[in-house]
Design a protein around this ligand. Structure first.
Ligand SMILES: *Cc1c(COP(=O)(O)O)cnc(C)c1O
Length: 405
């Protein structure tokens, strides 16, 4: 037992479990995985080295691991409707790096959404290796709409001729227009990569359009809306399969994390059930209800609302920065993150916004009827951000709600 071998870590894990269960966990990239996923993650598969791919390994003893990985691959292909799946990337960032390795050489041009506009570091942002070793061109959202302007993307692509175009990001509250991106990529001869890390569960559950058939390469994490273990996948058409596999191994990684692969297979099995479709739609319904309730309370939302699982609040009009707001909300039992908003006049470490999402609270069983209550708590907590007693009272109410579920 862990508690006998290492009581310190055992106690910390227990504390974290208690912390998670008592809070409204609204970090848009987080979720609560099932017991089954946890069990697979904590299995003896962690003991095994298996560099290579099923049937082509560099170590003996792969009789079982080959079957585990093949199951994960087959389930990924079936769920997302793609020719090929690589389930070995250690996480979303290495999955994207593998894409660079497969299609680009240092100095080549890559196009992605700028980080402060909602893109990801690995889409060519300056501090990332992807922005330092390649030549990034970055698109933005329109100032008036808060949405991607595809005419602007096309113009930039035509002028800069990127070899790879990324669509998707970490703070995009709106539907991603995969067919439009595909058309632009085709016009300039670029490979379109749809990074669906945030929305993979919505795609799997039919609550967001799928990039399959539009983007020849799709990268995703498995631990956000998809509700699996921390890991990633690269999905692709047959044409790019070999280059991507070689980029992951031996290009970038050594032995795959087989316990994670097994847990990914479990999550994919769960995501193929009818209940998961309901879950994905409930995530969106909750986010929309939350956005409505926040608008009713006078909050400014980037793009004016949401189509998916996340809401980005610009707190400028509330005369508070994102960081003190996020800290107050955490004390009030509502866990989220401070976040830059497009064209943010403040610094990245102290930006104007907060980002919140509904994947976690939907897994806990919350429904649209309860979103106005959350909006009210957010409103109260921000108004009372320097009053610890008031924040603690909200935290107690949050705990009460969660305990009653
Ligand atoms: C989360 C995320 C990643 C990176 O995933 P990690 O597992 O944190 O490395 C990549 N791209 C997008 C769009 C993401 O949201």
């Amino acid at each position: 037992m862990l508690s006998d071998v290492d009581p310190e870590i055992a106690a910390l894990i227990q504390s974290e479990q208690r912390r998670q269960s008592r809070k409204l966990r609204m970090i848009a990239s987080e979720n609560d995985v099932s017991r089954a996923v946890l069990e697979a993650t904590g299995s003896v598969l962690t003991n095994k080295y298996s560099e290579g791919y099923p049937g082509k390994r560099y170590y003996e003893g792969q009789q079982v691991v080959d079957q585990v990985e093949q199951l994960a691959v087959d389930r990924a292909k079936a769920l997302f409707g793609v020719d090929h799946a690589n389930v070995q990337p250690y996480s979303g960032s290495p999955a994207n790096l593998a894409v660079y390795l497969a299609f680009l050489r240092p100095g080549d041009t890559v196009m992605g959404m700028a980080l402060p506009m909602g893109g990801h570091l690995t889409h060519g942002w300056s501090v990332s290796a992807t922005g330092r070793w390649f030549r990034p061109v970055q698109y933005e959202v329109r100032k008036d709409t808060g949405r991607v302007d595809l005419d602007q993307v096309r113009e930039l692509a035509r002028a800069e001729r990127p070899k790879v175009i990324f669509c998707g990001g970490t703070a995009i509250p709106r539907t991603i227009d995969f067919p439009a991106f595909a058309q632009i990529a085709q016009e300039v001869g670029a490979v379109l990569v749809a990074d669906i890390a945030h929305i993979a569960g919505l795609v799997a559950g039919g609550a967001h359009p799928s990039p399959a058939g539009h983007a020849p390469v799709i990268t995703t994490t498995t631990h956000k809306t998809l509700r699996g273990p921390r890991g990633a996948m690269i999905l692709s058409d047959a044409q790019h399969a070999k280059a991507l596999d070689r980029a992951v191994f031996p290009g970038l990684q050594g032995g795959p994390h087989n316990h994670t692969t097994a847990a990914i297979a479990v999550a994919l099995h769960e995501a193929a059930q009818p209940e998961f479709r309901e879950y994905a739609h409930a995530v969106v319904a909750n986010a929309k209800a939350l956005a409505e309730a926040l608008l009713d309370r006078g909050f400014d939302l980037v793009s004016g609302g949401t189509d998916n699982h996340l809401v980005l609040i610009d707190l400028t009009s509330k005369l508070i920065g994102g960081k003190p707001a996020a800290r107050a909300l955490d004390r009030a039992g509502i866990e989220l993150n401070y976040n830059a908003v497009p064209f943010d006049p403040r610094k990245p470490f102290d930006p104007s916004g907060i980002r919140l999402g509904t994947p976690g609270v939907t897994t806990r069983g919350l429904r649209p009827e309860q979103m106005p209550l959350i909006a009210a708590w957010i409103d109260r907590a921000i108004a009372a951000h320097d009053n610890d007693q008031a924040l603690d009272r909200i935290a107690a109410e949050v705990e009460e709600l969660l305990a009653a579920l």
